[in-house]
Design a protein around this ligand. Structure first.
Ligand SMILES: [Zn+2]
Length: 241
């Protein structure tokens, strides 16, 4: 896979899943991560998972560290958390401007759903009983978003834009129902093969944008393929920007 992984606090089964998942992620992102070092550790006592790039944490010995906090061998929870944090890793933890962070948070949440679906293919061969668990985990998660269920995604974004900009991570809210609802809508629009999802690697200098519209214009301009352009357009239409 090229990327040097350094794992702490995982069972052998979890390590197997992580290697498969990271490999799949890299292929989807079409990005060169050879020579990069990533530490992933599970610290169940943490309150929430976090991604720490060296850029913002100069003390780090590696390029990036991801800390998860799933219960041991609760694979769906691990995949959900890790897929979200790997999203931040591939975005290089951009955009930095606070009023654009909801875009990356909702996309990372979408990555969780994408990879839970993709894990079903993996589990079909290695752990068939887990195929249903992955679906059940997504359903449970979405149950928390029921209060939004009458809204289209663009309507929700329009109604909640101030909250999205000031509180992109839904601080203190269990299950992040708002972001999860938006993520599920994004997932419905892009599907689990997530063509063009590598566009999330292009966030690095989009913080220069002044408005969300400008952010999407600049993002679209940076796309390297028709798939990426299609992906960005689809996301843009779904959130109604
Ligand atoms: Zn996040």
């Amino acid at each position: 896979m090229g990327l040097k992984l350094d794992l702490h606090g995982f069972s052998n089964r979890e390590i197997n899943i992580i290697y498969n998942m990271v490999d799949d992620y890299i292929k989807l992102m079409k990005v060169d991560v050879s020579n990069m070092q990533l530490t992933i550790a599970n610290i169940p006592a943490r309150v929430c998972p976090i991604t720490c790039p060296k850029r913002l944490n100069v003390w780090l010995q590696v390029d990036c560290a991801i800390y998860l906090c799933h219960q041991t061998n609760y694979w769906c929870q691990m995949i959900y958390q890790l897929a979200h944090e790997l999203g931040h890793f591939f975005m290089k933890c951009y955009p930095e401007k606070n009023n654009f962070k909801w875009i990356s948070e909702c996309l990372c949440e979408m990555c969780s759903i994408v990879f839970l679906y993709r894990s079903m293919t993996f589990f079909k061969y290695f752990e068939p009983s887990y195929v249903n668990s992955a679906q059940g985990y997504i359903n449970d998660h979405l149950q928390k978003s029921l209060s939004y269920s009458a809204l289209t995604c663009s309507k929700l974004v329009a109604n909640a834009i101030e909250a999205l900009e000031s509180d992109p991570t839904e601080n203190g809210t269990v299950g992040r129902p708002r972001n999860c609802y938006i993520a599920a809508k994004l997932f419905n629009a892009v599907g689990y093969d997530a063509m063009g999802m590598s566009a999330i690697c292009l966030f690095e200098d989009l913080s220069r944008a002044e408005t969300v519209k400008e952010f999407f214009d600049m993002w679209l301009e940076k796309c390297r393929s028709d798939d990426e352009m299609y992906f960005v357009q689809t996301i843009r239409e779904t959130v109604g920007i």
